[in-house]
Design a protein around this ligand. Structure first.
Ligand code: ADP
Ligand code: 5GP
Length: 227
């Protein structure tokens, strides 16, 4: 059976304040889209921050020293990188671009500064979709950060301050904004955004040209067959 979704690789960028629910939504969407034939590869970022309890190197993040991170910046190894909450975070160019070039879809969870860098990259911009995840209110965001139990009071304070800046800074380059209040509803919204992008012609010019070529060959075969 042929798939409805075009086979070109697309980069899905999910960003938004820490605690808004990006990780939760990405995990649910990846799991629920797989049976429909959309596999989203999660790009594991590099960071200088320390692993939290339960986090694994190479799985949640590649945990590296500042020296290693700086050497990677100098070597042009990052697609984007940024200072976030006093630490460095970056997306590996190789990991993302090699997958996109093989026609695979990639999803990243990055902050708005990284999303803006990718939006300004004209080659990547047309192959990517920017989705911003909003909390319903700042109070809910604070509560989620507390309930998650991963951050100190000081870290929660920094994250709340950044959230306010982020909501303002991101508005110009996001394709979609999803308010993550009811989790099943927000999951459906993110799935819909991914599915819509995988049906969009603008990002699938090559595969549409190949499909047209196949149809022409099929038509010519029918004409020859009828003679
Ligand atoms: P982020 O990746 O954006 O930092 P998380 O996915 O870790 O956020 O979510 C932060 C906390 O909020 C987690 O404890 C998660 O279980 C919870 N959470 C996420 N979405 C919802 C929601 N819609 N309703 C209630 N709790 C949520
Ligand atoms: P945490 O340390 O809580 O896992 O993540 C903190 C913030 O860093 C989150 O907002 C997350 O989106 C962002 N982040 C994670 N990886 C990257 C990355 O590779 N680049 C950028 N710019 N931000 C990232």
């Amino acid at each position: 059976m042929s798939s409805n979704f075009h086979p070109d690789g697309t980069l899905f960028i999910v960003s938004g304040p820490s605690g808004a629910g990006k990780t939760t939504l990405i995990n649910r969407v990846r799991e629920q889209l797989e049976p429909l034939g959309i596999t989203l590869y999660f790009s594991v970022s590099h960071t200088t921050r320390r692993p939290r309890a339960g986090e694994e190197d190479g799985c949640n993040y590649h945990f590296v020293t500042r020296d290693t991170f700086r050497a990677m910046i100098d070597g042009g190894e990052f697609l984007e990188w940024a200072h976030v909450h006093e630490q460095l975070y970056g997306t590996s160019k190789y990991e993302v671009v090699s997958r996109l070039d093989r026609g695979q879809d990639v999803i990243v969870d990055i902050d708005f500064q990284g999303a803006r860098q990718i939006a300004q990259d004209e080659h990547l911009n047309e192959r990517s979709l920017n989705v911003f995840i909003f909390p319903p209110t700042l109070d809910v965001l604070e509560q989620r950060l507390r309930d998650r139990g991963l951050n100190t009071e000081q870290e929660i304070e920094t994250r709340m301050q950044k959230a306010i800046d982020e909501i303002d800074a991101g508005k110009d380059f996001y394709d979609y904004v999803i308010i993550n209040d009811d989790l099943p509803e927000a999951t459906e919204c993110l799935k819909a955004a991914v599915i819509a992008k995988k049906l969009q012609t603008k990002t699938a010019l090559e595969s549409i040209a190949r499909m047209a070529e196949r149809f022409r060959e099929e038509r010519d075969g029918r004409i020859t067959g009828k003679r």
